[in-house]
Design a protein around this ligand. Structure first.
Ligand code: GLA
Length: 391
């Protein structure tokens, strides 16, 4: 049976299950069904809030489920990862991705990029312009004085096509037109989310262009490994295989230098809690209002995790693997409690963190950084894996 359901099926599914339980089972037996732990286990948002026409295109809601009971839900609006249920150390399903119950929630918090696919350029481009092949391109300045995460209407705010679905994989595609948001070239993008047998979300990005352009795609999930809405992430333990990072100026643009983390609060080469040094008197922490920096990965070939984070209460561990050279580690510094998330909690300060795998911010203006250029005939291909276990 296909484990992926379009929203209208999902709407009817609970009704069907309830009717089956009512007709075929004595009431007491319903407690042995899948509903047993429904009061204690986390749930995914319902489909209802995601069925909507936006810019003339239909948005839907999708759920992937593997044989271990791990579930991930998505909407093709912004190719968002909406929720992710994984077992904690006691086997209790825990939603480790902070998300909304509806597209309206995502729309009203566009600047936070909850769970979104980010493009055409993840993170900042200084002062909203870059030069490519001798020509200057101007972008929309949405994060003064810079462009952040694509511009005014990034890939997080468009409805993607859903080209391929299976029980554990879904592909979203989007054609970003030549000149959209100021970027050159028709960029044909695909992002595939796969829920693997070993409880990982594998994200594969692909893009091609018909003109020289720049591209830097990422996913902006906000993780709380103790469970969405369970408080701050300051006691989460983090380790990153990054001996260097790219310091930033007061507008969060990399200075262009690559500096060692050794002896600074940015040294996560050995496990440390997110909160242990976050309030240190350190200029870089001030510039980022906490951690909001690109870590230069020592290795990035999918063979070993480049980062590990553990929820101190749940025992849920997330390992990150990527082909990308950088990891933007963001400690939820701009979360202000203004949004009500799925589960009812507000998005209070530092109640989630992001690990955005990508090329370094402002690379188009920093020739010393790995290039983000894409030429006709080439295929942009990157893979990132978030793998979950508990102990
Ligand atoms: C990225 C940026 C942060 C912030 C968040 C979204 O992580 O680096 O500065 O904009 O996105 O709020």
């Amino acid at each position: 049976m296909k484990m992926i359901f379009k929203s209208h099926l999902l709407l009817f599914l609970p009704v069907c299950i309830l009717s089956l339980a009512a007709c075929n089972q004595p009431a007491k037996q319903s407690s042995t069904s899948t509903m047993t732990d429904s009061t204690t286990q986390a749930t995914l948002p319902a489909a209802k809030g995601f069925e909507q026409t936006i810019d003339g295109k239909q948005a839907h809601y999708y759920i992937l489920k593997n044989k271990n009971g791990v579930q991930a839900s998505f909407t093709n609006y912004g190719a968002h990862l909406v929720g992710l249920l994984v077992p904690d150390k006691a086997g209790k399903l825990t939603d480790v991705v902070v998300g909304f119950d509806s597209i309206a929630g995502y729309k009203t918090s566009l600047s936070a990029y909850y769970g979104a696919t980010i493009g055409r350029y993840g993170n900042r481009i200084a002062k909203g312009h870059f030069v490519l092949d001798g020509r200057r391109y101007d972008l929309f300045i949405n994060n003064k004085p810079n462009t952040l995460h694509g511009g005014q209407k990034g890939f997080n705010d468009v409805v993607w096509d859903t080209k391929q679905v299976s029980d554990t994989a879904i592909t979203f595609s989007y054609l970003s037109k030549d000149g959209e948001e100021g970027y050159p070239g028709n960029l044909d993008c695909k992002v595939t989310f796969e829920l693997t047998k070993d409880n990982a979300i594998k994200i594969s990005y692909e893009a091609t262009t018909d003109k020289n352009t720049i591209v830097n795609l990422t996913n902006h999930s906000y993780f709380n490994l103790n469970g969405a809405g369970s408080g701050t992430i300051l006691d989460h333990i983090v380790q990153m295989d990054a001996s260097n990072y790219t310091p930033i100026d007061a507008t969060s643009i990399p200075t262009g230098k690559i500096e060692p983390v050794a002896g600074t609060p940015f040294d996560f080469t050995k496990p440390a809690t997110i909160g242990s040094r976050i309030n240190d008197n350190n200029e870089q922490l001030k510039n980022g209002t906490g951690y909001d920096h690109n870590f230069v990965l020592d290795k990035h070939d999918l063979t070993t995790p480049i980062a590990t984070a553990t929820g101190d209460k749940s025992g849920i561990e997330m390992q990150v693997f990527t082909t990308e050279p950088g990891l933007q580690f963001y400690s939820g510094n701009f979360m202000k409690g203004g949004n009500t998330m799925h589960g009812g909690a507000k998005d209070e300060l530092r109640t989630a963190f992001a690990m955005e795998t990508q090329h370094y911010p402002d690379s188009p203006n920093k020739p010393q950084f790995p290039s983000t250029e894409l030429k006709p005939g080439e295929t942009y291909k990157t893979v990132t894996i978030y793998k979950f276990s508990a102990k």
